[in-house]
Write a protein that binds this ligand. Sequence first.
Ligand code: SAH
Length: 456
Amino acid sequence: MPEQMPVEKNDQIDVTFSDLTQDGSGVAKVDGYTLFVPGALPGEKGTIQVLKTKKGYGYGRLIQLTKPSEKRVDPPCPIYDQCGGCAIQHLSPEGQLDHKRQIVIDALERIGGFSDVTVYPTLGMDEPWDYRNKIQVPVATQNGTFAFGFYKKRSHEIVNMDHCIITDPTIDDIVQTVRRIAEDNSIAPYDESKNRGTLRHVMARVGKKTGEVMVVLITRTEELPFRKNFIKELTEKHPEIKSIVQNINPKSTNAILGEKTKTLWGRDVIYDQIGGVTFAISAQSFFQVNPEQTEVLYGKALEYAGLTGDETVIDAYCGIGTISLFLAKQAKEVYGVEIVPEAIEDARKNAELNQITNAYFEAGKAEDVIPNWRDQGIEPDVIVVDPPRKGCEASLIETMIAMQPKRIVYVSCNPATLARDLKMLVPGGYEIKKVQPVDMFPQTLHVECCVSLEKK
Ligand code: SAH
């Protein structure tokens, strides 16, 4: 009720911060009313100014920290305050790992009602920088000039960027070369409001194990002026580049890639490896952004699957088959299901590329395909699920319980839906053995988990 609001716009008040939101704002409660304040950390005290009030919650600005957290550090990126890319550079690496573990513990308790589950310390990176193998930078016309960088939080205003410290330095450098060539040749930057201009996004991806780089120039127009200059300068300056691709996206849309792709120079794909499996990656392919930590996460999935070589395994939500192919080497057979048909084509090609003959892939919804497999008499010893943020369909959980595999491995990118789904699986006859959080996205608040469940 507005009349009961304990704060008003422009009030200056002293608060204690108790929590951190998904986008990195501190949370303070004033007489039960919630205030979100960017830049504040749990445990800190400070003076804030109220900027905006709504029913039930409001926003504030930090004026002064009276008691900073011991875990607070100076964010190393010079544009951190404006750029919407990272959320918690001001929290120490250890603080980040502890906080991510706490997110998992809280979700399991609040949503799942599990208070006695062991959640291991988050597995982090020794060097939580330079990790991203892919960068995609918006290009725009801003105040009449060429703007190149990421958007501010909840906005399409670009913060000019000449270096991104969570991105692999090779591709970080290469996108700046593209920017320079575009500026030198007066390539028209995209104008979102009028759907005009040429260059919309610059994307680059590196195979961390192979060192191979693909550059993708995303244009509004079929025509890319001075394409020879792009090819010549890029390949001369950066011998790591094995592929230069143009993707055409004529639509007025927030989607980055369009439907049409042309290879301008070199190969159509680059290669990389995860867990000893080679993957061919095209401009459109989904590929894990932090392969080093993906190996850690999927290594846990493999450990929890407890394979001896005799097992039938189902990998639900298999994407391009990363987990399936990783497990296939140590299982009798693996069945992967995924909703995106192109990802299934990639999965099949990747199986072939690695001479893996005991992995089968089917495109469709996991909740539809797996009951069919059950009707066909497929009896999995282990089911692995790696669903998107919204978690598993309830009907899939029911099917899993009906199939009674010995073990279930749940890989999750959202602790809230993980906890909700575990709450259904446990009464179905399963026991939660281990919960292992893994930090795949340092400097952000995302946390991945691998959970081991066994039949009681
Ligand atoms: N394990 C995969 C990534 C999983 S991400 C890998 O390592 O590559 C989650 C995947 O689930 C996405 O590829 C998404 O397309 C897919 N998906 C979403 N809803 C689905 C559904 N109902 N059935 C099957 N797959 C689905």
